[in-house]
Design a protein around this ligand. Structure first.
Ligand code: ZN
Ligand code: ZN
Ligand code: ZN
Length: 270
């Protein structure tokens, strides 16, 4: 399974739109891996996780080919993960050459009710499906299990287990510490790769997001829960400019704790 992190930022991107804090200024100066667009992840070539406003940018510079995408699974309705305006770009007159390409969207109740009117107009070439929490669903050749995230209490925010050919990946962003029922659902299952939300970086959180110390603690809990061993690849992911560090400094900080630091375009094979 190839996992490609197309975007790795929180809502504001790095550098952030109007901001001149030290992290944003340093990112502007250094460029490269220090520049982060809003989070999105591609599995092989046909499954997409989240649909942020930078999806278009990822088709131009990130190697994303939306014509190969069969399904999109969405974590929650925040604007850095779900941008319905551009979902409509699969419909004429915005798409006139690939008009029979249907994309299947999956999400929580918010996503379902938001996209249902679009899906009901057949020319938009989308279907929309509501996830049932903890229920494994076959999607485009993968077994996908939606897990409960601790994030925005106004909706059931999700993150995902993705399995194929005996390989297992947890895609996490916008989670605090995994809640008890999620830990119970994955108990004893070993994963080849696990990405963890690292939005707040230098600041501890655990309630809506996680920071450096939180993900180190979370890694320990996952090992105790039977989810990881020395071969499991841990990835810190989804960074805010408020995390306090650009990519290059984050790598120095997290490497000793056995974490890769995600950057736009990073791909791993499991
Ligand atoms: Zn986010
Ligand atoms: Zn900033
Ligand atoms: Zn969010």
């Amino acid at each position: 399974m190839r996992i490609k992190f197309l975007g790795t930022a929180a809502a504001e991107g790095t550098p952030a739109f109007f901001c001149d804090c030290p992290v944003c200024e340093k990112a502007r100066k250094l460029g490269g891996k220090n520049i982060r667009t809003r989070s999105q992840c591609l599995i092989n070539e046909n499954l997409l996780i989240d649909y942020p406003p930078d999806t278009y940018m990822h088709t131009i510079t990130g190697g994303l080919d939306l014509r190969k995408i069969e399904s999109v699974i969405i974590t929650h309705s925040h604007g850095d993960h779900f941008f319905p305006h551009d979902i409509n770009m699969n419909a004429p007159p915005y798409n006139v050459g690939n008009v029979f390409h249907i994309v299947n969207y999956y999400g929580n109740g918010h996503i379902y009710y938001d996209l249902k009117p679009l899906a009901d107009q057949q020319q938009n070439n989308i279907t929309v499906n509501q996830f049932q929490l903890f229920e494994q669903t076959k999607i485009s050749g993968y077994e996908v299990t939606p897990l409960r995230a601790v994030h925005d209490r106004r909706e059931e925010c999700l993150f995902f287990v993705i399995e194929k050919d005996g390989k297992r990946f947890i895609y996490g962003n916008d989670t605090g510490y995994f809640p008890d029922d999620t830990m119970e659902c994955i108990k004893g299952k070993r994963f080849d790769a696990i990405s963890l939300d690292c939005t707040t970086g230098k600041d501890r959180d655990g309630g809506n997001h996680m920071g450096f110390e939180d993900i180190i603690e979370m890694k320990k809990r996952l090992i105790e829960n039977g989810n990881a061993d020395e071969k499991t690849i841990f990835i810190a992911h989804h960074f805010s400019h408020n995390c306090g560090f650009v990519y290059e400094d984050t790598v120095k900080l997290l490497e000793p704790h056995g974490f890769l630091t995600s950057y736009d375009g990073m791909a791993i094979d499991i």
